[in-house]
Design a protein around this ligand. Structure first.
Ligand SMILES: [Zn+2]
Ligand SMILES: [Zn+2]
Length: 410
């Protein structure tokens, strides 16, 4: 074999692609009901957009971004996530001046140079929602409920973890306390954390290394440092979630790996996925629009990992649908071709077997294509002017004398 997909990049061929479509359809249907509208954003952007928003010190920007120089000498990155582009578009098109609040969704591929494993690919797909212009805790709760709704419809069992990571007023105090604490235990931190704890101490909180987790157990917790506003916001989010029947656990060490988050952060985790357990995650990012030189605009959002969700939904036997036309001889085949187009124009999924093999082989093809009915046109049918309609599942066969009757019958 000469050509293959690049490591960490996969083709989605049927039936996997059908599963993909089902996940996307369920997502779209749910978020459209909640008033979200689709944005279609570019796959590559100026690399700086991501270092400015996702954060210079994050793993995503430091290690995982696909960066290249284009022929015009611009430094370009394949997008590692969707929120930065959405915020950029929100500012670029002056949406803030046109709408008091804005609800967008997107679906598409993202790119990160990570070690590939089940549920983690270098080209992966996300479906996400972004809300701009709302600072109210009710918006957080509604968004989380919408996410829960999507996962419910997909029949995926998850647990929801939430936390507040404070704002620009209270987080620095916590950051300082955390650095002081980590400094005392520096020698026991893993290599990564030794390097990052001064720049990005919150990341140590979600380090998966056992020695780091041991240290984190006794670390100061953010809740003790939240300012009045953040405290009240978080309390209200929790109250509204309870009101909306959304069950959650508070995880005081939940921080998310991106710099732009403020206040509420949340993750839906599956118990079935092992290390790659997060299937949907998000939070509030009240400073991002400003950071990207837009007007101060509160915002929040989430992204769902479509690849991971696909690992969790069961394979379904496709339902039988449509018609497969089986013919004997050239004249019957010509009759079949005409019928094929007539039925399709009525919106009925219809196929024919151009190979004109034996009835047996044509019926086999009909079964493999999961047709619900076959229409048989043979010598007798031609002579006496009728179609034989056979239901594949039951084997029941009947005489049909016109196209109108055929359409009415199925
Ligand atoms: Zn605060
Ligand atoms: Zn660590």
């Amino acid at each position: 074999m000469e050509f293959k997909t690049i490591r960490g990049v996969e083709d989605l061929i049927p039936p996997e692609s059908e599963k993909f479509e089902k996940v996307v359809e369920t997502f779209k249907e749910t978020v459209k009901t909640a008033g979200f509208k689709e944005v279609i954003l570019p796959i590559f952007e100026e690399a700086k957009l991501f270092s400015r928003s996702v954060g210079e010190t994050t793993d995503i920007v430091q290690k995982e971004m696909y960066i290249f120089e284009d022929k015009g000498g611009r430094t370009i990155a394949l997008r590692p996530e969707g929120t930065a582009s959405a915020a950029r578009a929100y500012i670029q098109h002056g949406i803030y001046a046109k709408e008091p609040f804005t609800k967008w969704f997107y679906v598409g591929p993202m790119f990160r140079f990570e070690r590939p494993q089940a549920g983690r690919k270098r080209q992966f797909f996300q479906a996400g929602c972004e809300v701009f212009g709302l600072s109210n805790p009710g918006a957080d709760a509604e968004l989380i409920q919408t996410a829960q709704e999507i996962l419910n419809k997909l029949k995926i069992d998850t647990t929801l973890e939430i936390n507040s990571i404070g704002c620009e007023n209270c987080r620095p105090l916590y950051r300082k306390a955390l650095i002081e604490y980590l400094q005392k235990h520096e020698e026991k931190l893993c290599q990564d954390c030794k390097e990052r704890f001064k720049r990005n101490p919150l990341r140590v909180l979600d380090c998966k290394t056992e020695s780091c987790q041991e240290i984190v157990k006794n670390a100061p917790i953010i809740t003790d440092f939240l300012c009045e506003e953040c405290k009240e916001h978080f309390e209200k989010v929790k109250n509204y979630l309870t009101l909306l029947n959304v069950t959650f656990n508070e995880n005081l060490h939940l921080v998310r790996g991106l710099d732009y988050y403020t206040k509420t952060v949340f993750e839906f985790k599956s118990t079935q996925l092992g290390a790659q357990s997060t299937v949907l995650a998000g939070g509030r990012y009240d400073k991002l629009v400003e950071e990207l030189k837009g007007p101060s605009t509160p915002a929040l959002g989430f992204a769902m990992g479509i690849d991971r969700v696909m690992l969790l939904i069961p394979d379904e036997e496709p339902e039988r649908e449509g018609i497969f036309i089986v013919t004997g001889g050239e004249k019957a085949y010509e009759e079949g071709l005409k019928l094929l187009i007539l039925l399709r124009q009525k919106g009925i999924k219809t196929q024919i077997d151009h190979r004109q093999g034996s009835f047996k082989s044509q019926l086999k093809a009909a079964d493999r294509e999961k047709a619900k009915y076959v229409v048989i046109i043979g010598d007798r049918e031609l002579e006496e002017g009728f179609y034989s309609l056979k239901e594949l599942e039951t084997g029941k066969q009947e005489k049909i004398t016109s196209v109108e009757e055929l359409i009415a019958r199925i």
